[in-house]
Design a protein around this ligand. Sequence first.
Ligand code: ADP
Length: 445
Amino acid sequence: MNHNKIFFGARLHLAGWYAGVMGIILTLSGVGIYQVMAHAHWQAVDRELESVAGTLHDSLEPLLIESDRISPSVQQILPNLCVIGEKCEQESSARHIMGAIQQDSFYALFLTHSGTLIATVGKPPIGVVPRTSQETWQTIEDRKGNRYHQISLLLKNNSGKSWGYLQVGRSLADYDHHLEQSKLILIVSLPIAFLIVSIASWYLAGIAMKPVYSSYRQIQQFTADAAHELRTPLAAIRATVESTLSSDAISELESRDILQTINRQTVRLSELVQDLLLLSRMDLQLIALQKQVCCLNEIVSDLVEEVSALAIQSDIDLKLKIDNESAIYVNGNEDQLYRLILNILINAIHYTLEQGKVEISLEQIEHHAIIQIQDNGIGISSTDLPNIFDRFYRVSSDRSRKKGGSGLGLAIAMAIAKAHGGNIQVKSEFAEGSTFTIEIPSIFC
Ligand code: ADP
């Protein structure tokens, strides 16, 4: 397939489309997963901050007395509290009820109404001036580019009056690191996945193109064979006409002879063309079989009668095994069924040597009519057997041509059997004989 320019191009085109579509789906899925992951992570950060800030807020409010001032009891529950202007003692090892705020990544800021920082807990961003803001959530960045996320809450003192602001925040270093890693995995894995998809696409395109390519090859072969078959009688006619034209005078007997030769070749030509037409119409299902109830016993008996002269002429013992008491009916086209059995029966006579035997039998097995044509003729070798139903396939061209065969007889028989919902099976031993079994669905009348 790859040596054929058209098919190579088509395969490449198909693989390109597969890979392109899969690449877009993969990229969109990757970006989608990344977004969902980032969103879920961000929500977890928000929830964590909300919970820490809420606990701190609820624990501190009953302890606050004077606005904008940190009361000593606040320092008791927040041992790491660093009041601005006072000496700070960092007591990081002790476990405490405000455990979360002691973690390295968290911090809390206490601000007055005017936004002045009065105390801190943990490690707040360096070099960032705290501001009170209308927005509850803020994301800020320090000078080194480290990001922080924080929540601002209004604090009230124990008498319910506004005290100032509490800002609880955390570093986004682990969040950013996690997202960076995910991004890196995506950036590395997407091209690898795309490469795998491209290879798979090329392979799949090959599988998809295979039946198309084999049909194309069959058509090419068929055209070449048909041209070859048509050329032979045409060449014979031409040679006869040319030799007649070049001879000076021809007698009436000679001209009869010449006309007979031309007639023989034109009959052969028109038969060939008719066979080809029949096959192509059957392929395109242009022939709507005019089906009717046909009695196979009658068809087979008529056929045997028709070919018996040929059998006698070829010195072949032709036997008919048929149970005339129980007629077998099928729903089909009588002419076509006749042609189907005739093609196989004629072959059996043609390919059986003198004093050989040909037997045709008809029986009903379950819902099928079985017509068996058995001969003890030249047989077919196991290498030829799978091909004998192919168009123009002939095991021995010389013998077939001598008998007037074109290599289309079995192809037509199979096409008719299939059009009737049936099948043909063949068993053959080289130099021993062959058995063709035709199976057609039967009907009960
Ligand atoms: P043809 O017109 O050459 O007979 P067919 O399509 O009818 O073409 O048959 C294809 C080939 O199958 C024949 O050329 C012949 O070699 C082989 N064949 C068919 N029937 C028989 C048979 N009964 N015994 C031996 N060979 C057979």
